[in-house]
Design a protein around this ligand. Sequence first.
Ligand code: SF4
Length: 277
Amino acid sequence: MTEPTETKPVRHLLGLSGGKDSSALAIYMRDKVPEMEYFFADTGAELPETLEYIDLLEDYLGKPIVRLNAGRSFEHYLKLNGNFLPTNRTRWCTPELKIRPFEDYVGNDKAITYVAIRADESHRKGYLSTKPNISAKYPFIEDDKRIEDIEEMLETASVGKPKYYEWRGRSGCYFCFFQRKVEWVRLAERHPDLFKKAQEFEEYHRKEGRTQTWSQGEYLSDLLARREEIISEAEERDQLDQAHPSKRLIKSLRTMDDSDPGCLRNDSLTSYSFLIE
Ligand code: SF4
């Protein structure tokens, strides 16, 4: 870690998650803060679509996106954590794979981090940190930028959305325990190798006599056996959402359900004082 110096300028940092909001913020801020440093905390378990998209953004931004954790696999962190799978309740992954690498990267430097919370989701708190040398800015909230503005920014920049949005609603690890059951089914279709790998982690756990599963309440093999039922339930729900979009929004605001908790956007991470994504 570097020691702070009197003369060292404040650093401006923008973390990319591989999701649409942080990507749009990078595009939005590119010419406003030319000294911006971009980074991406690679969990070692990212989807190929996410990695492709980060490369695409790097070209657009015309600057390197620093890869934190470069060269470290998810298995490295799993071993460090006693081979316990991360789950919603034992969620060591976000602090270890996202927060700590970021805080190490900042060190003791004074820094401003730019947070991609939109004006239409300003109820979110997200990732909070205790480091006094880091403060946060919320350009989308300050400038009243909403989902439709974000989508327009991505289209205008000809970057578009990451391809995984065709089948999944969030960035992050392929095995993220926040993903919906139908997203697991789609993972099995799109990336059978990754689904199999996730199953292997789960099987290892089971053999060790542990009961945690990636998806709430059932093993991935059982989930996949219910494929048709899960798809039909998801289609039914989508139809209901389209017929009653306002009800869906209210439910989402109340429960912080599966609309997009994201890795650093989830309000269960309350022991930190600012948010990257
Ligand atoms: S994407 Fe999901 S599994 Fe990966 S670090 Fe974030 S919360 Fe954990």
